[in-house]
Design a binder for this molecule. Structure first.
Ligand code: SAM
Length: 218
């Protein structure tokens, strides 16, 4: 039995994934494909872009959610940092793994206040809020202070162009063997070049359709 696959979390996640799939946003429909493609890669306009997307959940896939649970659970993770909370779907998977590992601390970051409120409510409904600290604000600031001495797993799922900067904030805390999961990292070639390059301190491979999975070397 796992927290992920039993009540209350399993039926909650079924409902949340359904709600996520049904959500729409007129503000996004107004953007041309070119504008969207430019904004999603921007290092300066991400607050405006994700502000427009505030009604969209943009969750990890069900497969990636399962992968996150298994990586965190299998590695015995106790400390996790997440960039990009949204409504908390990935956070629920990671917090479930911490619960099944005997407890821990998950620091997650989201700048959109309405999303923070919804994530808090979903984590409460899943019975997992006690392990999660949601830092509200731009992660470039909120993740630059007061991180745990060691971090076992880092999930990158906020503004794609900031993946290298967020990795730099957390890197010195990653323990040897720590996993870094970057969703849709193909949108940030600079990040892929960094984690894949020889001597980078990572072993890294694309995994499934949308994940770059990296492991910190000693
Ligand atoms: C792809 S969604 C995250 C989905 C979430 N991980 C899940 O699986 O449910 C990206 C989120 O990151 C947030 N975000 C983007 N850039 C951010 C930043 N610099 N600081 C904090 N949050 C950010 C956006 O507001 C958005 O809610």
């Amino acid at each position: 039995m796992t927290t992920l696959t039993t009540t209350p979390l399993a039926p909650l996640l079924d409902r949340l994934f359904e709600e996520a799939a049904a959500a729409t946003s007129p503000a996004v429909a107004e953007l041309s494909a070119e504008e969207r493609s430019r904004l999603i890669r921007s290092k300066t306009e991400y607050l405006d872009f994700y502000g427009r997307l505030k009604d969209l959940w943009l969750p990890v896939s069900r497969e990636t959610g399962m992968l996150l649970y298994m990586l965190a659970r299998g590695s015995g993770a106790r400390t996790i940092v997440e960039f990009g909370t949204s409504f908390g779907i990935s956070t629920l998977h990671l917090a479930a793994a911490l619960r099944d590992n005997g407890g821990g601390r998950l620091i997650t970051s989201e700048f959109e206040p309405s999303k923070v409120a919804r994530a808090r409510s979903n984590l409460t409904a899943g019975g997992l809020i006690d392990m999660v600290e949601i830092r509200e604000g731009d992660a470039l600031q909120t993740l630059s202070v007061d991180l745990p001495e060691t971090v076992d797993l880092l999930l990158l799922d906020g503004a794609k162009a900031l993946y290298p900067e967020i990795l730099s904030l957390v890197e010195s805390r990653l323990r040897p063997g720590a996993f870094v999961v970057a969703d849709n990292a193909d949108l940030c070639p600079e990040y892929l070049e960094r984690v894949r390059s020889t001597g980078s301190g990572y072993m890294s491979t694309p995994f499934g359709e949308d994940v770059e999975l990296s492991m910190r070397l000693g």
